[in-house]
Design a binder for this molecule. Structure first.
Ligand SMILES: [Zn+2]
Length: 228
């Protein structure tokens, strides 16, 4: 792939990571890792160090989906999580970018070992109609953790993220901006659900109304921009 195209993919990750920091969806440490699929190749670009602060395009390393480093460098902590990203690209062909964070409200559900249901309209519109499944705990990036993530990814068609038990969030989207949006909506949703616990608990959107919500969204999208 042309160097200019790879540079534009790198920049799209840096931009989306900055958006996540500015949104307030990150944990206090701003810890996370982000990757983008290289179209037409079994390859990805992955952030090489563990914070989204001051990320630069050249800090993304090029790897294949078996975890082999092809270009750049990856620090030891991030070498552990290569397969955590690759497993998403292998199991979800629609994933163009993957992001992992410790977003505090969503991670609260992960440490409680509780999957998230579809209780917020923004989840439906972001492609989380089947909620957010839980991937059972395994040491980060280990074969056990990867098998658990693969099982969670297979548990629902309309999902855009999984909760990593006792750890954090793994979300994906068609591109880095879409993956970042999934984290923000997930974090909002977890925050609202925790508040709703004080009021008797979050109410699930019935499946037929989730479908109606998507149909209405698509109908308006088809109609295009209205102009006077
Ligand atoms: Zn982590």
């Amino acid at each position: 792939m042309a160097a200019a195209k790879l540079l534009s993919l790198r920049k799209s990750v840096v931009e989306a990571a900055g958006l996540l920091v500015r949104s307030g969806a990150m944990s206090l440490s701003h810890h996370g890792n982000f990757s983008v699929r290289v179209p037409g190749a079994d390859r990805m670009l992955l952030t090489a160090s563990g914070s989204f602060d001051n990320l630069r395009p050249e800090q993304l390393a090029l790897l294949d989906l078996e975890g082999q480093l092809l270009e750049g460098e990856v620090d030891p902590a991030n070498a552990e999580i290569v397969h955590m990203h690759a497993v998403v690209y292998k199991h979800r062909p629609e994933a163009g970018a993957v992001v992992h964070t410790h977003s505090p409200f969503a991670t609260s559900f992960a440490v409680a070992g509780r999957p998230m249901d579809c209780w917020y309209e923004a989840m439906v519109r972001t492609g989380m109609t089947d909620g957010v499944p839980l991937a059972h705990y395994g040491p980060r990036g280990s074969p056990m953790a990867i098998a658990n993530i693969a099982a969670a990814l297979a548990s629902g068609k309309q999902i855009r993220a999984v909760l990593l038990e006792n750890h954090g969030v793994l979300a994906f989207g068609p591109d880095p901006a879409g993956a970042a949006r999934a984290v923000v909506i997930l974090e909002e949703s977890a925050h609202l659900a925790l508040n709703a616990e004080l009021l008797g608990g979050a109410k699930v959107i019935p499946p037929e109304l989730r479908k109606a919500t998507l149909e209405r969204r698509d109908e308006f999208a088809r109609a295009g921009v209205r102009r006077s």
